[in-house]
Design a protein around this ligand. Sequence first.
Ligand code: G6P
Length: 589
Amino acid sequence: MCGIACYIGKKKALPVVISSLKSLEYRGYDSAGVAYVIEDKIKLIKTSGKIINLEKKLDLKKNTYLCIAHTRWATHGKANFKNAHPHTIGKITLVHNGIIENYKEIKNTLIKKGYTFLSDTDSEVAAAYIDYNYKQTNDILETLEKIKYELKGSFAFGIICSDEKDKIYALRKESPLIVGKSNDGFFIASDVPAILNYTNKYYLLDNYEIAVIEKDYVTFYNDHKVIEKNSNTFNGDNNNVNKNGYEHFMLKEINEEPEVISKTIKELKNIKSLDKYNKIDIIACGSAYHAGLVGKYLFEKYADIKVDVHIASEYRYSPIFKEKNNLAIFISQSGETADTLAALKLAKEKRIDTLSIVNVKESSIARESDEIIYTYAGIEIAVATTKAYLAQITTLSLLALKTSYEKNYISKKEYEEYLNDFNKISEEVKLLINSSYEEIAEIIYKKEDIFFIGRSIDYYLSMEGSLKLKEISYIHSEAYAAGELKHGTISLIKKNTPVISVITNKELKDKTISNNKEVISRGAFVIAITNSIIPDDSYNIKINIPDINDFVNPILTIIPMQMIGYIVAKKRNCDIDKPKNLAKSVTVE
Ligand code: G6P
């Protein structure tokens, strides 16, 4: 989390870094700040809260051509002004993303040596530690070569040294950092979208690599030697980083879903089957974990492969049993989620085959994994994922379908028919996006609690629907396996408590209908999302969705839940694209 955006070049730096920083705001928005060089002095300006507050404090016309900037997601120390980056200590000013795990020991040592600290952050300690070492070596490069092995945890730094005000130093370990290159200057950024308004050329910094950036050139070092690096070109367009007339990125991204499905089918029509595996573990966080559950349903039902789905932060601290013909699949939109990345490294240590399903090309998870399947969602900006989740479940569906076919559970004819259905659903998805959810949103938006229920695949989809609603509207929401509700949670149902009940699973439909009736008897207001005919007394409002087949039905079922979350949050005047306390890319554990 946290976004770093730095610029050095011929353009005035402040408008550049502010525009770059804005496209990184999904990484956190607790505070923001810049440090720039003007008239041979380093000037620091910071604010609490969002980048817009910082922008108001800045004179963008200032004649500065070197600036480091930061948007923060608080880890150490409250989200306030004093903990905002950049931090200056002695001759070092820096911005940091990551967590310095041994900062306390270092801080205590430095206090004994006379350093005083103004903030509660680990980042300020890193600045002091670099300054302390610089005093011994008088050489910033040597200093960075030394401290990079001494600081534990993860870090991406953009650094200015007051003895060299014409350079920016960049260094990373575990937290992502790229160096962008345009015709008139260089950038350092946490992610590619930050540079796309200026250039599509960039270098990926690897762990422990250092970049020294001057107005006209960049030099990369590792272990005291200059290293050659090839630049990458981002081939998408930068429309993705603009709202294109939509009120929110989330709505824009939901509206891009039909296109995401078409693209995924086109790109993945020759997807490799996983028929050689007897056991699959899927490991992920957040919505990607929910996508994994959809994969479990399809692989178990249609390819007869046992699948366990794990939350990455749990998996990485659990005993891992290597089984025969075992595959571990890691799902991540960003490809940078710290827990997922750590879990991947662990599986590799255990010599388990690894496959990652990742949206961001060349991200850490993509680079670490034995095999990669990229999802085709394009850049996603809204913190609450929609189209990237959809791309994940579409990819898993195609994988399960191919595996089922290769294992002869379905015939060639059936396989082709199923594939054909994928091509047809874009239109259905458009219709679902454009349906009216106003009446339902009106019922929900003033409530403080809501429940989602379903069984099997419907439960897995409910989990994602519930997460969507709660993360952007701040309404307390829980997803429950419908049959489990009466083991405690039903005691929370009272008059008019909304219950969203998902019923698409034919085999279990009657069971969930009974659960609907149980909650209705206790006063609940049931909103059914279904592709079946269900009795009138088992719901209060019904959303009908098409019934095509098990591989594509999950894609259709999630759309109304995404839309309900969005409209409810809008009615509550929430900051939909940047919900409080969250960040899109969770690069700390
Ligand atoms: C955050 C995001 C979620 C995402 C999760 C996992 O919590 O807000 O939308 O599902 O991280 O992220 P990943 O990039 O690994 O998919």
